[in-house]
Design a protein around this ligand. Structure first.
Ligand SMILES: *Cc1c(COP(=O)(O)O)cnc(C)c1O
Length: 233
């Protein structure tokens, strides 16, 4: 089967149950349940509030201008915001101030700016390196070979806390190809942990269409938009 099916919207509890079930099937030993990042781009403040009231804490946004009013409006919920989109140098100051995580790190200049601009009164900014595991020229992320050298540089930056890797798996790939990508990511993740240490605890892969397969393939964090919120506006 190559085509992924459209997934209907599911409630948060049933998604958590499915994540736990997929983890049970995995051959990869894990000490804690995989994390759920609710990707709220294209969804309203009210939709986010509704999920926050069910206990969801971590939310992902791809566009700074869209995220800022949401972050401000929901500040009383003390949510954990993850930036997961493309970054331009002129946006780093606000990203370093308003987000707890950046999952789309792939460039040294941007890393240096985030490190310099993270406010001193906050804990270090958690970061994941984005990997282009399929070497797809149309996709962003570092190539597999470039990750460990880049990680060495990032690990030296005191205001960044390197947590792991993020990838966007190409959903046009066949099931067999996707399995290979999960496996390659898992290998790279273990190499990174060996190199940097046990602070490396996050392998962020899997979206609405493939989250269960990604968890079984070793993901520690899935990023779900459509299955949680419905279609984006
Ligand atoms: C939009 C987005 C998602 C969520 O995609 P869905 O298919 O709606 O679950 C996950 N990760 C990234 C990086 C995204 O941009």
């Amino acid at each position: 089967m190559t085509n992924l099916e459209y997934l209907p919207r599911l409630n948060r509890e049933s998604i958590l149950t499915r994540i736990a079930a997929a983890q049970t099937l995995s051959q990869i030993p894990t000490s804690s349940p995989a994390a759920l990042l609710a990707v709220s781009k294209g969804h309203s403040i009210n939709a986010i509030r509704h999920l926050a009231e069910q206990g969801q804490q971590a939310f992902g946004e791809s566009y700074l201008q869209e995220a800022l009013p949401k972050i401000a409006a929901l500040s009383s919920y003390h949510l954990e915001w993850h930036f997961i989109g493309a970054m331009q140098a002129n946006k780093t100051r606000q990203i370093a101030r308003h987000f707890a995580w950046v999952q789309s790190l792939q460039n040294l200049k941007i890393a240096k700016r985030l490190n310099d601009q993270r406010p001193l009164e906050y804990p270090p900014l958690n970061v994941c390196i984005q990997v282009n595991i399929a070497n797809d020229p149309a996709k962003s992320g570092l190539s597999e070979d470039a990750v460990l050298a880049f990680a060495t540089q990032v690990a030296l930056m005191p205001r960044l806390q390197l947590r792991g890797l993020m990838t966007i798996i190409n959903l046009d790939a066949t099931e067999a190809e996707r399995k290979q990508y999960y496996q390659k990511m898992q290998t790279l993740f273990l190499q990174l942990r060996e190199q940097v240490g046990f602070a490396i605890d996050t392998l962020s892969m899997g979206m609405s269409q493939d989250f269960e397969a990604a968890i079984t393939g070793g993901s520690t964090m899935v990023r779900l938009g459509t299955v949680l919120f419905g279609e984006r506006h």
